[in-house]
Design a protein around this ligand. Structure first.
Ligand code: ATP
Length: 328
């Protein structure tokens, strides 16, 4: 592959997600394969503005494919949102001889990359790294599969204690805008009800469903609640509401929180990260810029960053139907 590109930078930005390290490794190794240099940028755009770079060769990314978090660290940078901030970052990239960058992050990170490209005509590619799976143009973001497995594992454990004490547990999982985690984890862990931002189940229906489930002989119940569900009450208020209206239940709350972001990436995320990293580098070398690498029907595809940012990743209605049938 002949190209004018001689040095590519890679950075992780926004919230961390399992699989980011595997993607860094894939970018660094692809650069080595194509005989170009690779530079890691510490702390996302913050490090880019400070010139906090590290040279990465094929060997410097050894032993990280199985590690959670990101060896390059991540950050949210206010200054990069300003033109002056981005100018500083550009000056540092040019000084370092960097010709393009790959950003692993969410839609905020892609917005920054797109602006940067417009202002400096600098080649950029995006890899979606976020556990929420809320990015248009890919069926899976990096870290999502691992987060699902982590959450299912924990809910299985909660189920043990719930059934020992005949309890009802509200389990809050991540997902401010989309219910992918809640819906999949809810089905996978056999939850009685699943509350997601895309659907307003309503308190009456929730009560009715829990009463029905008690009557049908269930001794414990799990309700999986996405952070951003639309029922109008947070998970603790929901508990209070059920305590007041369904005395037959003893209720508890468990907020899974940041544990969902951590841990060793699943095999799926490691393979996905490797495929995405290779594609991102190959796109840059072929002269493609302003695209995000994604997965659709098990094929690696690219989507313009502009569309990835604007589009919405939709919940699978078939899963909603399956979850309704399973909670009979
Ligand atoms: P997550 O999905 O985990 O929140 P994200 O990439 O969406 O990841 P953000 O905090 O929204 O996370 O964005 C990461 C960084 O991208 C910001 O800290 C900022 O530096 C940059 N960024 C976000 N939006 C813009 C913008 N409109 N203009 C310039 N830079 C931006």
């Amino acid at each position: 592959m002949s190209s004018k590109i001689k040095k590519i930078a890679v950075l992780t930005s926004g919230g961390d997600a399992p699989g980011m390290n595997a993607a860094i490794r894939a970018v660094a190794r692809s650069c080595a394969y194509y005989n170009i240099e690779c530079v890691g940028v510490y702390r996302g755009y913050e490090g880019m503005m400070e010139g906090d770079f590290i040279s990465l060769n094929a060997r410097s990314v050894k032993g990280i494919i199985n590690k959670g978090g990101t060896i390059l660290k991540s950050a949210r940078s206010k200054e990069f949102r300003t033109k002056e901030g981005r100018k500083k970052a550009h000056t540092n990239l040019v000084k370092e001889g960097i010709d393009a960058f790959v950003v692993i992050g969410g839609d905020g990170s892609f917005t920054g990359a797109l602006l940067f490209n417009k202002e400096f005509n600098f080649p950029v590619m995006g890899i979606p790294g976020t556990i929420d799976n809320d990015i248009f143009g890919t069926s899976h973001t990096l870290g999502y599969d691992t987060a699902l497995n982590t959450a299912v594992d924990v809910i299985d454990k909660i189920r043990d204690t719930a059934s020992s004490h005949n309890r009802l547990f509200f389990v809050e999982v991540m997902g401010r805008d989309v219910g992918h985690i809640a819906l999949n984890v809810g089905i996978g862990a056999g939850a009685e009800e699943i509350l997601i931002p895309e659907e307003d189940l309503g308190l009456d229906r929730l009560l009715e469903s829990l009463r029905r489930s008690k009557k049908s002989g269930k001794t414990s119940s799990i309700v999986v609640v996405a952070e951003g569900d639309k029922i109008g009450k947070n998970v603790f208020e929901l508990k209070d509401y059920i305590d007041e209206n369904l005395e037959e239940y003893e209720t508890r709350v468990s907020v899974l929180g940041h544990m969902q972001r951590g841990g060793s990436p699943s095999c799926f995320d490691r393979v996905l990260a490797s495929r995405m990293g290779v594609k991102a580098v190959e796109c840059i070398l072929e002269g493609t810029s302003n695209y995000m690498v994604g997965l659709m029907s098990d094929k690696i595809v690219i989507t313009p960053l502009k569309e990835a940012i604007k589009g919405k990743s939709k919940i699978n209605n078939e899963l909603i139907r399956v979850s309704d049938i399973m909670s009979v």
